[in-house]
Design a protein around this ligand. Structure first.
Ligand code: HGY
Ligand code: MN
Ligand code: MN
Length: 410
C-alpha cells in the first residue's frame, strides 16, 4: 500500500482529541471550540501538503492543488469533520484524513494533475447542532437561502451566522459552489454497519444511498400540578409523544423493505419532575431504499400524529430534510472497482443505510463512495473503531482513482 498507515493513524488520533467529551467519545459540534481546534489542525496539514487553503461562507474547508489546466473542473475528495454527541473518532474524520493522505501522496510522488485536486472538510453533516444535517453540502449547492443562515438556530437560539462569527469565520463569503467547477466528488467513509466485517472484505464500493427524511414534531399540551390534577383532566404532552413514538417500530414493519424510523432527540418542557409536561419536541428520522416506501412511512407517521390531536393536545410536524434515494456515478464506481482489482484489495458492492454529503452532491456532479469495515458494525458511539490498515487501503484506492480523474502524471 503506497498510503502511509502511521501518518493516517496520527491524524485520526489527533483529531479525536478535539472533543467536548474526552473519555466519552467524540463530541465536536459545528463552530464549537472543538471545531476550531480540528479546523486549525486540518488547515495546517493541508499547508504541509502544499495545498492552498480556503474556507467558504459556511466554514467548509478546502485545500487545493492547482492543476495544469486551472479552467478544468476539480476532483474533490473528503468528508465532514463534525460529529454526533458522544460519537466515534472515525465517522467523517476518516474521510477527511484520507483526503489529506491523497494530497500527501500527490506531494511525495510529485504528481502534477491536469484537473485541480481539492481536499474538503465539511461542516454540519450530522445536524447535531442546527438540525436537519448535510448543511455544508446543501449550502454549497445553493439549497439553503441566506435567510436560512439567520433563521437556523441551535437549541440555545444561536444562529449559524452568530456561531460562525464567534469562532472568527466570515459568513459573508460565498457559500455557493458552481457544480460546473466540480468534475467528481469522492468520499471514503466507515460502513457504520456489520456487512464488511461479517464478509471479511476490506472495501465496500457504494452503489446507492438510502432516502432520508428528518421531521421535528412539537406536541403542545398544558402544564399542571402532578399531584392535584386528576388523570382525566390532563393534557399531558409527553404521554401523547410516548404513544406516537412507541408505534414507530410497528409502522416501519408495515412499510417493510428495510424501512427504519427513529426518534433520537426529545425535549420535555418545562421538564420538572412534579409538572405535567406542557410541550414536547422530538425528532423523527425516516429512511428507506425506495422513495415510495419513504413516502409511505412519512404518510403513516403524519396520520398517526394527526390522530392524536384533540381539544387538549395539538401537534405539528416540520420537515427539516428530505432526500430521495441516490445512485452513485457509474463511471466513478467502475474506476473505484478497477483500483481495487489493480491493488488486489477485496471489495464488494454495498448500499448505504447512512446518509452522506454525497447524496446532495450526486444531483450535481459525479459521486463515488467507498466504505471500510466498522468493528462490530458500531458507529455513532464511543466504541466506533476501524483498522487504519483498511484506511490505508482506502486511501491508496482513492489515490489511484484521483490520479486517473485528474490525469495526474509524475
Ligand atoms: O445520519 C446519518 O446517516 C449520518 O451519520 N449523518
Ligand atoms: Mn454520522
Ligand atoms: Mn458521517
Amino acid at each position: 500500500m503506497i498510503a502511509n498507515q502511521l501518518r493516517i493513524e496520527q491524524h485520526i488520533n489527533l483529531l479525536s482529541q478535539y472533543t467536548a467529551t474526552p473519555k466519552a467519545g467524540v463530541t465536536r459540534l459545528t463552530y464549537s471550540k472543538e471545531d476550531l481546534e480540528a479546523r486549525n489542525y486540518i488547515k495546517d496539514m493541508m499547508r504541509n501538503y502544499n495545498l492552498t487553503v480556503s474556507e467558504d461562507g459556511l466554514g467548509n474547508i478546502f485545500g487545493k492543488l492547482e492543476g495544469l489546466d486551472p479552467s478544468a473542473p476539480s476532483v474533490i475528495v473528503g468528508s465532514h469533520f463534525d460529529s454526533v454527541p458522544n460519537g466515534g473518532a472515525y465517522d467523517g474524520a476518516a474521510g477527511v484524513v484520507v483526503g489529506l493522505e491523497v494530497a500527501a501522496l500527490f506531494k511525495e510522488q510529485q504528481i502534477q494533475p491536469v484537473n485541480s485536486l481539492e481536499v474538503i472538510a465539511m461542516v454540519e453533516e450530522e445536524g447535531s447542532r442546527f438540525g436537519g444535517g448535510l448543511m455544508g453540502s446543501r449550502g454549497m449547492m445553493g439549497l439553503l437561502s441566506e435567510d436560512d443562515f439567520q433563521s437556523i438556530k441551535d437549541k440555545n437560539g444561536v444562529s449559524v451566522k452568530e456561531a460562525m462569527t464567534n469562532i472568527g469565520l466570515d459568513f459573508t463569503k460565498e457559500k455557493y459552489r458552481d457544480p460546473k467547477t466540480i468534475k467528481a466528488f469522492l468520499e471514503l467513509h466507515i460502513e457504520q454497519g456489520p456487512i464488511l466485517e461479517e464478509k471479511n472484505i476490506s472495501i465496500g464500493v457504494v452503489d446507492a444511498i438510502v432516502g432520508l427524511t428528518q421531521l421535528e414534531v412539537t406536541i403542545q399540551g398544558r402544564a399542571g400540578h402532578a399531584g392535584t390534577t386528576p388523570m382525566d383532566k390532563r393534557a399531558d404532552a409527553l404521554v401523547t409523544a410516548a404513544q406516537i413514538i412507541s408505534a414507530f417500530p410497528k409502522l416501519a414493519e408495515e412499510v417493510g423493505h428495510g424501512t427504519v424510523i427513529t426518534t433520537g432527540q426529545l425535549e420535555v418542557f418545562p421538564n420538572g419532575s412534579n409538572v405535567i409536561p406542557s410541550k414536547v419536541i422530538f425528532s423523527v428520522d425516516i429512511r428507506s431504499g425506495e422513495e415510495e416506501k419513504v413516502q409511505q412511512a412519512i404518510n403513516k407517521v403524519m396520520a398517526l400524529i394527526e390522530s392524536k390531536n384533540n381539544s387538549n393536545v395539538q401537534s405539528v410536524a416540520e420537515q427539516l430534510l428530505h432526500t430521495t434515494p441516490k445512485v452513485m456515478d457509474k463511471e466513478v464506481h467502475s474506476l473505484l472497482t478497477e483500483a481495487c482489482e489493480k491493488l488486489d484489495i477485496s471489495y464488494c458492492q454495498i448500499s448505504s443505510g447512512a446518509g452522506h454529503d454525497a447524496m446532495i452532491f450526486s444531483d450535481y456532479t459525479a459521486c463515488g463512495m467507498i466504505f471500510i469495515p466498522s468493528r462490530n458494525g458500531l458507529s455513532h458511539s464511543p466504541e466506533e473503531w476501524s483498522d487504519t490498515k483498511d484506511l490505508a487501503k482506502g486511501a491508496t484506492i482513492l489515490y489511484e482513482t484521483v490520479l486517473r480523474l485528474t490525469e495526474g502524471t509524475a
